[in-house]
Design a protein around this ligand. Sequence first.
Ligand code: SF4
Length: 368
Amino acid sequence: MDLTKHEFELDELVERIKKNDNRLVALQVPEGLKMQALEMMDEIESQTSARVVLSADPCYGACDLVHDKMQNIGVELVAHMGHSQMNIDSGMPTQFIPVTYEGSPEIAPVIPFLHAHRNIAIERLNNPSEPVTSELEGLEKFEDMVGRIAPLTDTKLGLVGSIQHLHLLPTYKKYFEDAGFDVTIPIGGARLTFPGQVLGCNYSGDDPSVGHYIFLGSGDFHPIGLVLHTGKPLAMLDPYTGDATEMGRERIERILRQRSSLIMSSMDKERFGILIGAKPGQMRRNLALRMKKKLEKHGKKGYLLAMEHVGPELIDFYPVDVFVNTACPRIAIDDAVKYAKPMITPYELEVVLGEKKWEDGYKFDEIH
Ligand code: SF4
C-alpha cells in the first residue's frame, strides 16, 4: 500500500481548534494509519497552540469513539480520522477527518466478473413471460447466495466502496456505464454518511433493484459482509493494486457451514454469556436483554457481560457454554475460531432456540 497517496484533510480541524482556542486535543486514527500518527500530531501542534494526545488503543471504526477516557484526561476535542460520523453521540465534541486515496485502477480486468454476475441476476429476475412451473425451479431462479428466496426487481450494478475510495465512485459509475452496465450508487440508512458507503456491520443501501455489486476497496472484510447481507454476486476492484477478483460462492458456503456447525453445537447447551459492547456505536443493550429473555423463556441461563474490547483471553474462562455476541457483529463472524466456545450472533441464537429456521436463509447481524 502506497501511503504517500493518502490525503489527510486537516484544514477544518486546525480552523476549529483555533476558533475554539482548544488546549488539549485527542487524535484517534485507525490501525492502518497509526504509523503516520506522530507526523499528524506534529502538523497539528505546529499549526495551532493545542497539545495533541494520541488515543493509542485499537480503533476499528466510528463506532469506537473515545469518549469518557479522553474527558477524564481533560481533552476538549477529539479528532477522529478515516471514518465518517455515525448516528451516535459519544458525549465529546468530535471532528471527523476524511482520508482519501487517489487510486485509478483499470476496469478491464473486472468486466468478465460483472458480465457473469449480471447473467446470474438476470436468472434471478426470472423473466415473467416464462412462469415458474415447480417449487424446485422457483428455488433455482430466486435463491440468493445465502439461501433465501428473494426475487429481484431489476439487475442493476450496485457500486459501493470503503470510505477512502468513495470520492472515486462518480467517475467509476461513468466508466461502468460506458461499459454497458446500468449502475446505481446505493444510499443507505442513518449509520452511513455517504452514497455508496458500506461498513462491516451495515449494508442498508441494498434494495431488490440491485442484481449484483462491484466493491472499490481492498481486502475481503467488507465484501464478506456485503454478500452475507445481500446474498448477491460481488466483484472487487482494488484501488491500491489494480487487482480484480470476486467473492466466490465457495467462500460464502464455507462461512455458512461454519455458522451452521456453531449453531448445531449450541443446541443442547444451557448456559450462555451475552456480550454487550460498551463502545458507543456497538452498544445494543436492548437486543442483549431480549436475548436473555428468550433464553429464560426456553429454560436456559443468560449472563450479561459488558466490555469495550472482546477477546478470548477476556471471556473464555467464564463457566458458560456459548457466547452470544451483541457487540461488533464481525467478532462472531470473522473471529469465531479464536474462541474456545461457540460464539454466535443473536439471529443464530434464535435458530438455536427454534424461533427462526436455518432453511429460510441466513440473516446477517446488522447494526442500524
Ligand atoms: S463492523 Fe464493527 S468495527 Fe466496523 S463499524 Fe461496524 S461495529 Fe464498528
